[in-house]
Ligand binder design. Structure first.
Ligand SMILES: Cc1cc2nc3c(=O)[nH]c(=O)nc-3n(C[C@H](O)[C@H](O)[C@H](O)COP(=O)(O)OP(=O)(O)OC[C@H]3O[C@@H](n4cnc5c(N)ncnc54)[C@H](O)[C@@H]3O)c2cc1C
Length: 499
């Protein structure tokens, strides 16, 4: 407040000095949050809510894409619009006068980490997980061995994944596949299975891209069977009852009875089931209702969960050796963890080959080091931290630098998990602030950043400009009865935002 009054008057050098001393005593906190997914927005929300602990906060949110919301826009399945409603909460945060959003600005490219640290009192890294884990087994580079993350990004319209080459690749693969195998049994694997399995007419009203609708519509003529394979058993499945129920409701789920019926559950899993209680027992009971092959509705594909299989090799197809034709699996057994953790899958020495035309690996997302100056644990794929405070290799705190979300704790947890995570990180920021471990400045960090971006000719997008894009997408969607028709290239997005 005081600072903005000062800027309205032309003050002499002397009064300027007094103003800066007074302003310093008020100790404004200039914070830059990098990444506008749930972790970024919940960090901003907590900071605004707890402003009374500080004199004033100014939050700048940087985002690599012209659009905010991270995986809520480009990860969450299009047929889960109720989940995407969290954007309304994020909109009210972005519209707060203390918050500024700058889209189309990439940390590590348009601005370096060191530069941001010099401009702002606090930098909070919340840039998520932009890469994925791979199995690292033979045959992984065969045509038809795809990443589930890339497929999800494609059907959700992430600009880098909607090029004509990607479109042609998926069209060629999906339209010539009878059987697809998804490796992994988490929520992303089930999203992919459901999007492939659902009758396309039931998807057309959502914001699935027209590209994806076009290809999935044609897949109805070929794709019949989707196998979702996990290393462990039904008791250890990572998916939730809600996600599995969606498949049973579609009447397309099948599990071989010898994999899930009580009389076949191994002793270690039985013990785990007893320990974990009712929620897990209900989940297993739900799986046990799917042990008869369903009579499929028109255009629905069969989704089969297959347990106790560890992929060891992708084998080329005999008719086209450049493309995957089958997967070699080692059958696994469930063994107790001597350390008391969840039972583990161990190899049995028995192998099995399963034919397929298409594979999606869905074994986890992974964060990247966006800038070489960010202390990063390459093995775990997270920024080194203690309670959200970034630390270097020698466990020393990097002053004024914090982390939150998937980048902090690894790629697990739902949108709401980021609220608790943000509470911890903001708790660390405020505690460091109260102990004067963070310097608070009088400079207008935001203006400094804008000057920097202008000097680099970066075409940044404000929140109001993004809202123009959103209106445009909604209007385009109305024309075809969809929630929205997403713009698929950054260039076109910028055109809409700037015109
Ligand atoms: C396929 C999928 C489906 C999911 N479905 C659900 C669901 O139905 N319900 C649910 O509750 N949770 C769901 N989740 C989990 C949820 O999406 C995550 O918990 C959440 O998005 C993680 O938030 P984040 O902010 O850490 O990361 P993100 O959401 O990934 O946000 C990170 C942001 O940082 C930006 N960024 C990246 N690099 C840079 C850079 N160098 N400079 C600037 N910005 C950068 C990215 O563009 C992105 O906008 C799903 C996750 C996935 C992958």
């Amino acid at each position: 407040m005081f600072r903005s009054l000062c800027s309205s008057f032309s003050l002499s050098n002397k009064t300027n000095h007094i103003a800066s001393v007074l302003s310093y005593s008020k100790r404004d906190l200039n914070i830059c949050i990098v990444g506008s997914g749930p972790a970024g927005f919940y960090t901003a929300k907590q900071l605004l809510q707890k402003e009374s602990n500080v004199d004033k906060v100014d939050v700048t949110i940087l985002e690599k894409l012209p659009t905010p919301y991270g995986l809520v826009r480009y990860g969450v399945a299009p047929d889960h619009p109720e989940v995407k409603n969290v954007q309304n909460d994020f909109d009210s945060i972005a519209s707060d006068s203390r918050v500024k959003f700058l889209g189309n600005v990439t940390l590590g490219k348009d601005v370096r980490f060191k530069e941001l640290s010099e401009m702002f009192d606090v930098v909070v890294l919340t840039y998520g997980a932009d890469s994925e884990r791979s199995l690292g087994i033979n045959g992984e580079s065969l045509k038809g061995v795809e990443s589930a993350r890339e497929f999800v990004s494609w059907y959700n319209g992430l600009p880098s994944h909607t090029t004509p080459e990607t479109f042609n690749r998926y069209r060629q693969l999906i339209e010539t596949s009878k059987k697809a195998v998804i490796i992994g049994q988490g929520n992303v694997a089930l999203d992919v299975a459901r999007i492939l399995a659902r009758p396309i007419d039931t998807l057309k009203c959502y914001d699935l891209t027209s590209q994806a609708i076009n290809i999935l519509e044609n897949s109805n003529k070929t794709l019949e069977h989707i196998l979702v394979v996990g290393r462990r058993g039904p008791v250890q499945i990572a998916a939730t009852t809600k996600e599995l129920r969606e498949l049973t409701k579609l009447n397309c789920l099948y599990i071989d009875p010898t994999q899930v019926k009580n009389e076949y559950i191994d002793e270690n899993s039985k013990e785990q089931l007893e320990k974990e209680g009712r929620a897990k027992q209900r989940l297993v009971q739900l799986l046990q209702t799917a042990t008869e092959k369903p009579t499929l509705d028109k255009d629905t594909k069969l989704v089969q969960l297959l347990f106790f299989r560890n992929p060891v090799e992708f084998i080329p197809s005999k008719s086209d050796p450049s493309r995957v034709g089958s997967i070699k699996f080692e059958i696994t057994l469930i063994e107790k963890d001597p350390k008391g953790g969840e039972p583990k899958a161990v190899g049995s020495g028995i192998f099995e080959e399963i034919e397929c035309d298409l594979v999606f690996e869905s074994i986890g997302y992974k964060s990247v080091q966006a800038d070489t100056d960010i202390p990063f644990d390459q093995k775990r794929g997270v920024v080194l931290n203690e309670f959200g405070r970034v630390i270097n290799e020698n466990s020393q705190v990097v002053k004024g630098t914090y982390v939150c979300g998937w980048l902090k704790r690894g790629p697990s947890g739902v949108i709401l998990s980021n609220i608790y995570d943000a509470e911890e990180t903001v708790g660390s920021i405020l505690s460091d602030y109260s102990e004067s471990k963070i310097s608070s400045s009088t400079v207008d960090s935001y203006s400094k950043l804008i000057a920097h971006l202008q000097s680099k000719s970066t075409q940044y997008i404000t929140f109001e400009q993004y809202k123009k894009l959103e209106r445009h997408e909604t209007e385009e969607g109305v024309k075809t009865g969809k929630i929205r028709e997403k713009v698929l290239s950054v260039e076109e997005m910028l055109n809409v935002c700037f015109n």
